[in-house]
Design a protein around this ligand. Structure first.
Ligand code: SAM
Ligand code: SF4
Length: 475
């Protein structure tokens, strides 16, 4: 049953912030992990229980290399148990980069006069989506700056336009949104367009640091941003994504903030975040950030493993901000979704020439500019099933992360077969002959691994139907 804030509201006072920086500091200061404690916490997570803040602090303070290794191994085991070997693929589509805010890390900030400002019109959105469909994409995230032009209706219309585009066998089946916080009514309007996840990153959960990095514009208001996803829930939009921008403040504090935010959503609405994102700050147009809180590659891997253990059911997203080698490494510790074929310059997908990045036209620098085809090839080579599955959300299986996490056989009965079916569609419509050959091999191998848990002959029947030209078959 969902919490209904209207029914239970006893005061008109604004909601109290649920992040208490002093509490997080105290927990981090007092967590002194020994081997037995850390091992006990890993075991609890492997038993599929979400970790408390105090337990997360223990893992964050476990600096002993032997324990760090055990944390990573625990995360790998959990990832295999909860997500199997499939990796969900998507692409970002930047719709508009006008912005009234002045986030000091972002190339789109209002004060950056070098930034070339654009908003795609309907025709341009259609051209971009056609180009994305030609790659084989099925899931997009639309990205917006914060600006009066990007009203809830504008965002909803953009999503509707994307869903309407059909090129050949191409179609976009899930549109997620990354945009500014809205009022409850705004979230309602956007939800009506049939969006998937609404993502908002808090950037930093540390209030003082937040103030420093957001000197002006609406985004100055820490609490308004922090409570945005509560308003989304009030609007009935229960599929939400959280995130922090790593490199602004101490990474341990940010992980604690993400877990506290997760606890809050679970406690109030019975649904935790559908996804957690953890971008590291990258170079951007006219951006010069201090190095003090830069997160090293080792700490980043550790952080991903700890997040995986702390919130076993959530989807974890690692974008093309990171280079290919790091993305490949971190998939083993819990990353479950990556973008592929990414271009973040506005209008870039429809342009034939993808030469070099122009930071004045982009929000930040991307470090993995491989095509979707190259990424799929590597995923298959490393034993993954690239997945474009959108079945749960379209069948109304909400709270899917909980189902996946808690219902025995869910992955084998639904997720893995759907990953195989969507991969098979890709292989028929978009793959080179060599990738098609390798892809069919991995599908066959995985059908055999299912070991009778699902009706393997039904999967084979559907694969045959896909070969004969049917599309969009799912369990
Ligand atoms: N304007 C909206 C907002 O700020 O929420 C939409 C999202 S913004 C276009 C997407 C995200 O990119 C931000 O939330 C921030 O975490 C991230 N970002 C901004 N500048 C970045 C940089 N220099 N390096 C990496 N990520 C960055
Ligand atoms: Fe604007 Fe978002 Fe960039 Fe901040 S992060 S300047 S709100 S686009």
């Amino acid at each position: 049953m969902k919490f209904n804030p209207e029914k239970y509201r006893i005061t008109d006072e604004p909601m109290k912030p649920f992040i208490d920086a002093a509490e997080i500091d105290t927990l981090l200061q007092h967590a002194r992990p020994d081997k037995d404690t850390v091992r006990g916490i890993i075991a609890k997570s492997l038993d599929k229980h979400r970790l408390s803040l105090a337990e997360t602090a223990m893992l964050l303070n476990a600096d002993d290399p032997e324990l760090v290794q055990e944390i990573k191994e625990g995360a790998s085991r959990l990832k295999q148990a909860v997500y199997g070997n499939r990796i969900v693929l998507f692409a970002p589509l930047y719709i508009g980069n006008k912005c009234i805010n002045n986030c000091r890390y972002c190339g789109f900030r209002a004060s950056n006069k070098e930034a070339v400002r654009t908003s795609l019109n309907t025709g341009e959105i259609i051209s971009e989506v056609e180009a994305l469909e030609d790659q084989g994409q099925k899931r997009l995230i639309l990205v917006f700056g914060e600006h009066p032009d990007y009203s809830p209706r504008f965002i909803a219309d953009a999503a509707r336009t994307v869903y309407s585009v059909r090129k050949g066998n191409g179609e976009i089946r899930r549109v997620n949104i990354n945009a500014a916080p809205l009022e409850t009514e705004g979230f309602r309007i956007v939800k009506e367009a049939g969006i998937g996840t609404y993502q908002i990153f808090q950037e930093t959960y540390h209030p003082e640091t937040y103030k420093r990095y957001h000197p002006s514009g609406k985004k100055r208001d820490y609490e308004y941003r922090l409570t945005a996803l509560d308003r989304a829930q009030e609007a009935g939009l229960d599929d939400v994504g959280i995130g922090a921008l790593f490199g602004l403040y101490d990474w341990r504090f940010e992980v604690m903030g993400l877990i506290r935010h997760t606890n809050h959503l679970e406690a109030c609405y019975n649904v935790g975040p559908h996804t957690i994102s953890f971008p590291r700050v990258k170079d951007a147009s006219s951006v010069n950030l201090q190095e003090k809180y830069r997160v090293s590659d080792e700490d980043f891997a550790r952080m991903v493993a700890i997040l995986r253990l702390a919130v076993p059911y959530t989807g974890m997203i690692l974008t093309a901000r990171e280079p290919a080698a790091i993305r490949t490494e971190l998939m083993q510790y819990g990353v479950s979704q990556i973008d592929g074929g990414t271009r973040i310059e506005l209008g870039a997908y429809a342009k034939a020439d993808h030469a070099s990045q122009n930071l004045d036209k982009e929000q930040f620098k991307i470090n993995d500019d491989r095509s979707l085809s190259e990424i799929i090839d590597e995923l298959i080579e490393t034993g993954h099933i690239p997945s474009f599955c959108t079945a749960c959300y379209r069948l109304g299986r909400t709270g899917e992360h909980f189902m996946e996490f808690s219902v025995p056989g869910f992955i084998k009965n639904f997720c893995s077969p759907n990953a195989m079916l969507t991969l098979a569609e890709y292989l028929e419509d978009y793959a080179t002959p060599e990738i098609a050959r390798k892809g069919h091999e991995i599908i066959e191998k995985n059908i055999q691994l299912l070991n009778g848990n699902v009706n393997a002959s039904e999967i084979r029947r559907r694969l045959e139907r896909i070969k004969r030209g049917e599309r969009d078959l799912y369990f």
